[in-house]
Ligand binder design. Structure first.
Ligand code: GYE
Length: 329
């Protein structure tokens, strides 16, 4: 595959969009790019997963801001409420409407081959943002997002360093079949493989606060507060739900039961500063400018990379307190 572009830090994200797309002219506002004709807006259909989390809200906002009329786009937004069939149907609608380009944040990795082929047959380029698909990369133009597997490794390495004694771990998984749930599990498991951390249970909380709370309630009923030492939540929202469940069980989250999560959205960072979460690995949702730059480049016939990775940081409570005022989401 073509070279990966690594972008460091959220503050740089906007400025770095140009280098990520490898083309200086592509982010001009009021563009007339693509096959939409001089001066006309580029029509883009965006198939979002839904509105399951704080991360998702920040991602939707970033996408809407970047695909604005001011920037030369006419965006049709669809949120599929976490239903893979509804998301595929939305993409088919975009194809039937004859939009200039389609952007997808795929809910799950599988099931994309047919509809991506249909878009290709209709000569409508597809750019993926956030999650990945298992379909052949010939079927889409480019992808921009985060290295979910590495996020899992970073979370697991912190656990491995901080839990030397035998440790009972429960996992709150993201949406079953989604790239971040698969990859965050795999990376974490690999990092704790030779430690005394024992995964006693793992269930999906669907990336929602409510889901995380319900699954954690079940774990607490089954194992008791004393039977669980550590929670690994695939996102902050589920960790926040777990905090509610732990407090309702009369225990202290972050102390009696330690918590690691991923995203570093505002509410997660505040819980981290509050010592209710012990460690967070970042997952940057501000992908709009990069995605918009890639779409313009593709429509302008420029060569783009197949993958654009944005880098993530990680935070302890002390580190979170230092950066909280400058966070953009
Ligand atoms: O971590 C979670 C969201 O796909 C990276 O989806 C995204 C994940 C994110 O619901 O909060």
């Amino acid at each position: 595959m073509k070279k990966k572009t690594l972008l460091a830090g959220i503050a740089l994200l906007g400025a770095m969009a140009l280098s990520a797309t490898g083309c200086a002219s592509s982010t001009d506002a009021g563009g007339d790019g693509g096959d939409s004709g001089g001066g006309e807006l580029i029509t883009v259909g965006f198939a979002q997963t839904g509105s399951e989390s704080g991360w998702r809200s920040a991602n939707t906002e970033s996408m809407k801001a970047a695909f604005s009329e001011e920037n030369g786009f006419k965006l049709t937004f669809n949120a599929a409420d976490n239903d893979p069939a509804a998301q595929i149907a939305a993409v088919r609608d975009f194809i039937n409407q004859g939009v200039d380009a389609i952007v997808i944040a795929p809910i799950v990795t599988d099931g994309w081959d047919d509809v991506l082929q249909e878009a290709k047959d209709a000569d409508i380029p597809v750019v993926l943002e956030d999650r990945t698909v298992s379909a052949s990369d010939d079927l889409y133009a480019s992808w921009v997002g985060l290295d979910f597997r590495n996020e899992g490794v970073m979370a697991g390495e912190w656990a491995a360093e901080n839990f030397a004694d035998p440790t009972k771990l429960v996992v709150l998984e993201g949406t079953t079949g989604s790239a971040p749930a698969n990859d965050r599990a795999e990376g974490f498991d690999e990092a704790i493989a030779d430690t005394s951390i024992e995964k006693i249970d793992s269930q999906t909380g669907d990336f929602t606060r409510d889901g995380g709370k319900k699954v954690m309630e079940g774990f607490l009923q089954k194992y008791g507060v004393d039977g669980i030492d550590l929670v690994y939540a695939h996102n902050d929202d589920m960790a926040l739900g777990a905090i509610e469940a732990i407090e309702a069980a009369g225990a202290t989250p972050g102390e009696d039961i330690k918590i690691i999560s991923i995203d570093a959205v505002k509410d997660g960072m505040l819980a981290l500063i509050d010592n209710k979460i012990n460690f967070i690995v970042e997952c940057n949702p501000l992908l709009g400018e990069l995605a918009a730059g890639i779409v313009k480049d593709v429509l302008d016939g420029k060569t783009v990379d197949k993958t654009y990775f944005v880098t993530d940081e990680s935070f302890t409570p002390e580190q979170a307190a230092e950066v909280i005022d400058s966070r953009l989401y």
